[in-house]
Design a protein around this ligand. Structure first.
Ligand code: ZN
Length: 335
């Protein structure tokens, strides 16, 4: 990859310096290119033309192997079986057991960590998402990180660095990848989708909902389910008498991360309307929002928000989903 493809990654790349440390942690929000930066650094340190943190040449045998995913001195430890569409889903522990990076996976790195590089002078292990290492996996990794062979580099990638084992965290040079500002994100996204999105507000909204994270924004723009379900939920909630059963029927069919994104944005703006008489995510739906808000207080909305958060914790049990949603919408605040 070219780092110039992701201009906002230049600053975090520069903060690494010219020499890749034995342990690096790249952290930042979802959809911002953390893995791309990790791969760039790995390729550059393995490149036979540069070998320091510089643009990899892209032509040497090492770069060719890296691009073909067959470099013998590179390992990626991940749980990529996780559905990419659920990547924005942050349900705490409910799905964690399925997606942990286990101690077995870390131990499988054993020989790789101690044998000399096949080519050149370096070996790189990328672990993403590092917060999915469980306790024993973290401890096993710590042993390798504490006394690494001189040729070995670990690059940990995490959304939630506070979930890493503190002793592991303290061994890493930390690089925070921050999203670009909204205008820069808008310009970048526009070049990527190349006129495919005819609605500038949809693009703007997707960027706002993604906290300006450019790669997430592109996923949201293309998420037809999100936009059509958002429309339907707002329409049902803005009725004079809301129908909890119709809402439950609708929401049962919506994937949890999508539902979460719709509801969080809605509750944010209902409360924002009360405080600022403005909206952040519903510029196109101000009339509906006014109807949904009625004369309700933020206390009522925040009470319902905590019920919704409770629901999210149990949302992975599909048998109860319909009942749980009915119970939830029966408690939707009404005047
Ligand atoms: Zn190269």
């Amino acid at each position: 990859m070219q780092l110039t493809d992701y201009p906002w990654l230049t600053e975090p790349k520069n903060s690494v310096g010219k020499i890749l440390p034995p342990a690096l942690l790249i952290h930042g929000v979802e959809g911002i290119g953390k893995r791309a930066l990790a791969n760039y650094l790995a390729q550059s340190v393995l490149c036979e033309e540069t070998s320091s943190v510089n643009d990899p040449c892209g032509k040497c045998p090492s770069c060719a192997l890296f691009t073909a995913d067959t470099h013998p001195d590179f390992k990626l430890l991940t749980n990529d079986d996780e559905d990419a569409s659920s990547s924005g889903n942050d349900l705490g522990d409910t799905k964690k057991s399925k997606h942990i990076i286990s101690v077995k996976a870390v131990r499988s790195l054993g020989t790789f960590c101690v044998t000399k590089p096949h080519r050149g002078h370096a070996k790189v292990i990328v672990i993403d998402p590092a917060e999915h290492l469980n306790q024993s996996a973290s401890n096993a990794l710590l042993k390798n990180v504490e006394e690494p062979a001189e040729f070995l580099h670990f690059i940990l990638v995490a959304k939630h660095k506070e979930r890493l084992l503190p002793t592991l965290l303290s061994r890493c040079l930390k690089v925070n990848v921050r999203p670009p500002d909204a205008q820069e994100a808008f310009r970048w996204v526009a070049t990527q989708i190349d006129g495919q999105c005819k609605d500038p507000y949809r693009q703007e909204l997707s960027i706002a909902l993604s906290g300006n994270a450019p790669l997430s924004s592109i996923r949201v723009i293309a998420d037809e389910d999100f936009f059509s379900n958002r429309e339907s939920i707002l329409s049902l909630l803005s009725q004079n008498q809301i129908d909890p059963f119709a809402l439950a029927t609708l929401c049962e069919k919506i994937e949890v991360p999508t539902l979460q994104r719709i509801i969080y944005a809605l509750l944010h703006d209902l409360m924002f309307l009360n405080i600022q008489q403005d909206v952040a995510f519903h510029e196109d739906k101000k009339t509906e929002l006014g109807r949904i808000k009625r004369s309700l207080s933020n206390k009522a909305f925040s009470r319902w928000l905590s019920l919704f958060n409770d629901y999210l914790k149990s949302a992975s049990h599909p048998l109860n989903r319909r009942l749980a949603l009915e119970a939830l919408f029966l408690k939707w605040p009404q005047t």
